[in-house]
Write a protein that binds this ligand. Structure first.
Ligand code: FE2
Ligand code: FE2
Length: 163
């Protein structure tokens, strides 16, 4: 999932995005190192990498929590962001990377990017389908929430009148 916003943003938000990317990368890297260490018979090393990888996820969660505040992130909004990210990957990012890999004659990278273009398409389609199926449920939930909110507002107004 990449942020494609072109608007000028605060340096702290930019830094949080970089920190989020770094911690996420550390997580994946340590899990990969753990896998290699285990294959090499170094189980103790694998365990240290795995334990640290788990902490890196928590660090990344701390950052993304500030980038995508929970209060704004409904399941529908999450799906929209995911569709946007996956679509960006297969329509812009990977095609561009593929083109440059062809120019450099890096056949392995071209194959990798081709695979990712297909994967991102599948992911985007899955998220779209999930959003379509869930949209009706979300709409029904929103109505219930609205009823609750109106009820609370009315109760609050009554209390304020009495006060
Ligand atoms: Fe960390
Ligand atoms: Fe994906």
């Amino acid at each position: 999932m990449a942020n494609q916003s072109n608007a000028v943003q605060s340096v702290t938000i930019t830094n949080l995005e970089a920190a989020f990317a770094g911690e996420s990368m550390a997580h994946v890297k340590y899990r990969y190192f753990a896998k290699l260490a285990r294959e090499a018979g170094a189980e103790d090393v694998a365990k240290v990498f795995e334990a640290t990888a788990e902490q890196e996820i928590l660090h990344a969660f701390g950052h993304i929590d500030l980038l995508y505040p929970k209060a704004l992130l409904t399941p529908a909004k999450s799906l929209e962001l995911a569709i946007e990210g996956e679509t960006y990957e297969y329509t812009e990012m990977y095609p561009k990377f593929r083109h440059l890999a062809v120019e450099e004659g890096n056949a392995a990278a071209v194959a990798e990017f081709d695979e990712q273009i297909e994967e991102s398409k599948v992911h985007a389609a899955n998220f779209k389908r999930t959003l379509e199926i869930a949209a009706k449920r979300f709409a029904a939930l929103a109505k219930v929430e609205e009823r609750h909110a109106n009820h609370y507002r009315a109760t609050l107004e009554n209390l304020q009148k009495q006060a």
